[in-house]
Ligand binder design. Structure first.
Ligand code: SF4
Length: 639
């Protein structure tokens, strides 16, 4: 007889998260109270109690000094209010899929719509959902009940329909189809979680090919009971909480037995059940020789095992899984990263969690995969991030013309090129072999899509907000030159591009900003002006201390004499360059004691002339020089 274990059996993402959180708190010696039993598994709950956790029904019952854990089912809004009132330290392990339904329920109330919830009215998750809407709400468990609730009074303000995350997929589809036909504008949200959907789907296909289905899980667990009813449609289905409840009678006449488990069933119990089943079946069916083999641990497709690495080669690793067979994990089953090398990932002696993919008894070898096990775990986290909006980290393994492939929690996530960079046209291929942060957009079947751009855009928005909250005239910033135009340079000063006008780049007259800065330069700037309404910033770059007028003032008092070149000639005089950016005028009447008809008759551009500083108008930036004054002085000296 063959035993086939469902790949989806065991803790779902939400339950795993809540259980880990609680065990972590207990390990840190915190006093922990859970609002209701943490999960629908008496064995796990008993273990938590043994480790010190107490179970309470309401915030009022939480003993002093205890921290509260909200289980993955979530709680109604009034419980949050009571927790806040008592100022209790709270760890909210509400599953993100459930939290999303809370948001929808709230929305229904705010829009004055009637909320219809597909589920079990007595289930804590449903009670939590109901407690998040301020409007009318009805719970139904099947199409017949829904039909009775659809009265003109109940539907006159519009309909919002959601489902308990573990509701039976087929029943939901029936109800949704019906509502769509009757009310064209009903808002229908399929909130059955991915883990539930996949679990029920697998239970259904397994049941179709098995003579018996064993469903492991708590009797109070809604999703476990749903699995039993899904499987029972196609074959005989039984449910057990522990291995002790297995009945050897069940195996009589069964050729193939399928095993699945509810979302709150710990893997230790699943393993125990599988192991007991194998022993019981073998005792009944196997020959003496085979019974000797039975003393070895059974291995079958889908079994999760621990393997100790015994050798590592570039193309595969060998593992000891504690049985007579030799275990092999091919490189492509070790990781999803095509550029990874086996020796960089594992070492001899490492212990790995692996899933059996193929057993070849004749050759005595077992093929295993680490990648698939990691993927299964990672996929739930990725699906949850789609709902919660949590930002995940990943490693870019490759690029192609469509975008990037990023490994996130061992799951290959596609990032389209339009979502790979903040600005259109930026080179996204340079991200290969780097770590990136992404927002998960979709996780359905093979369509797992993320966006790096959204994370960058959100970070930019936050920076921009911070900038506008703190900016003031005169404040200094370090910025990066992003682009140049004829009239100035745009500089990124942290999410905001400010303009340094060409006249602000240099004290000297320049024709183009590129004479002073280049794209990519990091420069120091200060805020000259801000337009908060139009979100525009004018920046200054040239420094006051470099102002040639200040230097001129300090170095050239009235009356000082010096030699300087003529830089231009006009009909009313000649301009002389005193220093870069500062020219003075020798008026035609100040060139010589003799009458000068035409300036160019006596002076030429480039000619060095001796002048005296006779007057300065700093406001109008005018400097008067005289050559004649020196001639007069010379004459006096001679006399
Ligand atoms: Fe688990 Fe799904 Fe429930 Fe979350 S919503 S706790 S993933 S079954």
């Amino acid at each position: 007889m063959e035993i086939i274990k469902a790949k989806t059996a065991g803790f779902c993402f939400g339950v795993d998260r809540a259980v880990k959180l609680t065990y972590d708190l207990l390990r840190e010696n915190r006093n922990v109270a859970t609002l209701g039993p943490l999960i629908h598994n008496p064995q796990c709950v008993a273990d938590l109690e043994k480790k010190g956790a107490v179970i309470v029904d309401s915030p009022a019952q939480v003993p002093e000094g205890y921290e509260v854990v909200i289980r993955s089912h979530g709680v109604p809004q009034h419980v949050y209010d009571e927790l806040a009132q008592r100022k209790l330290v709270t760890h909210d392990a509400t599953c993100p899929f459930v939290a999303k339904i809370h948001r929808l329920a709230k929305q229904a109330g705010e829009q004055g719509k009637t909320l219809f919830v597909a589920g079990n009215a007595d289930h804590p998750e449903v009670q939590g959902i109901v407690g998040h809407t301020a409007g009318p709400v009805f719970v139904f468990s099947c199409l017949e009940e829904l039909k009775k609730l659809l009265t003109p009074e109940n539907t006159k303000n519009g309909i919002f329909m959601v489902a308990q995350t573990t509701f039976e997929v087929k029943k939901w589809q029936e109800c949704a189809e019906f509502i769509k036909k009757v009310y064209t504008n009903a808002a229908i949200f399929d909130t059955i979680c991915n883990a539930t959907w996949a679990r029920q789907h697998e239970a259904e296909s397994l049941a179709k090919k098995c003579d018996l289905m064993v469903v492991i899980g708590g009797r109070q667990s809604s999703n476990t009971q749903k699995l039993v009813s899904v499987a029972a449609r196609y074959t005989k289905a039984v449910t057990v909480e522990t291995a002790q409840e297995l009945d050897p009678e069940w195996w009589h006449g069964a050729g193939t037995v399928g095993v699945t488990a509810g979302a709150s069933t710990p893997s230790s119990i699943i393993e125990e059940v599988l192991s007991s089943m194998s022993e019981e079946i073998r005792e009944e069916e196997l020959s003496f020789e085979e019974m000797i083999d039975a003393s070895m641990k059974p291995v079958y497709n889908g079994k999760v095992v621990k393997g100790i690495v015994t050798s590592v080669s570039p193309s595969e690793i060998q593992v000891d899984i504690g049985t007579k067979q030799t275990g092999f994990v091919k490189l492509e089953e070790l990781t999803n990263d095509p550029s990874a090398k086996a020796e960089e990932l594992v070492q001899k002696g490492d212990e790995l969690d692996l899933i059996v993919t193929k057993v070849n008894d004749q050759e005595g070898v077992v093929y295993l995969s680490k990648k698939r096990l990691d993927e299964n775990k990672g996929r739930e986290a990725v699906a949850a991030a789609v709902e919660s909006g949590e930002i995940l980290e990943g490693y870019v393994t490759e690029s192609n013309s469509g975008g990037l492939v990023v490994l996130v929690n061992n799951v290959r996530v596609f990032v389209p090129r339009s979502q790979a960079t903040l600005r259109h046209g930026e080179d996204y291929t340079k991200l290969v072999k780097t770590n990136v942060r992404l927002k998960m957009k979709q996780c359905e079947g093979r369509h797992i899509v993320g966006s790096i751009r959204e994370v960058l855009a959100a970070e930019n928005d936050a920076k921009r907000e911070e900038f506008w909250a703190n900016v003031e005239i005169g404040k200094n910033y370090t910025g990066v030159v992003k682009s140049l135009t004829n009239y100035g340079a745009f500089v990124d000063i942290g999410g905001v591009d400010g303009l340094v006008h060409i006249s602000e780049l240099s004290w000297n007259r320049i024709k183009h900003p590129s004479e002073v800065v280049s794209v990519g330069d990091t420069i120091e700037v200060y805020v000259k002006d801000i337009d908060t309404e139009n979100k525009k910033v004018s920046l200054g770059y040239k420094k006051a201390e470099d102002n040639p007028w200040e230097k001129f003032k300090a170095e050239y008092p009235i009356g000082s004499t010096f030699t300087a070149p003529v830089v231009s000639i006009t009909k009313f005089g000649a301009f002389v360059r005193i220093m870069p950016g500062i020219d003075g005028l020798v008026h035609i009447s100040e060139i010589s004691n003799d009458r000068v008809e035409k300036v160019s008759d006596v002076l030429s551009v480039g000619q060095e002339v001796e002048v005296k500083l006779t007057d300065v108008d700093f406001e109008k930036k005018r400097i008067s020089l005289s050559m004649k004054a020196l001639l007069a002085a010379d004459k006096e000296d001679a006399e």
